[in-house]
Unconditional design. Structure first.
Length: 125
């Protein structure tokens, strides 16, 4: 296949894949359920109102992972390392900001185990 055609196909696939991502919104229950694997955190894009958030985390992968909610270099909350099949729950109070959901286990972020959590002001404030 000629190089220009490959380029057009690559751009088209990039746009198609980008369109597949969607933001999960945390509802009135203030609970978020997260699954971890070797190459992904699901959901990987989350939006929530400021305040207390409970995060249920389950490791569906074959290796040990954990989950940290980070703002810059500060970890607001994190689970202990979770063996395959294990789960944990963390509760964190979050101010508005752009947080990262990530595993702190060596190499996990490089393999794609990270996401974003956008926290916005509460509806009343």
């Amino acid at each position: 296949m000629p190089a220009p055609a490959r380029g057009v196909i690559a751009v088209g696939l990039t746009w198609a894949l980008a369109g597949c991502a969607h933001t999960v919104r945390v509802g009135a229950s203030r609970t978020l359920h997260v699954a971890l694997t070797e190459y992904r955190i699901t959901p990987d894009t989350v939006r929530a109102y400021a305040g207390t958030l409970t995060i249920g985390v389950r490791n569906l992968g074959a290796r040990t992972h954990n989950l940290a909610v980070s703002l810059g270099n500060d970890n607001e909350a994190r689970t202990p390392p979770l063996q395959p099949g294990a789960s944990a729950t963390i509760t964190v109070s979050l101010a508005p900001g752009h947080y990262m959901l990530r595993s702190l286990i060596l190499g996990d972020q490089a393999l794609g185990l990270w996401g974003t959590l956008d926290v916005v002001r509460t509806r009343s404030g």
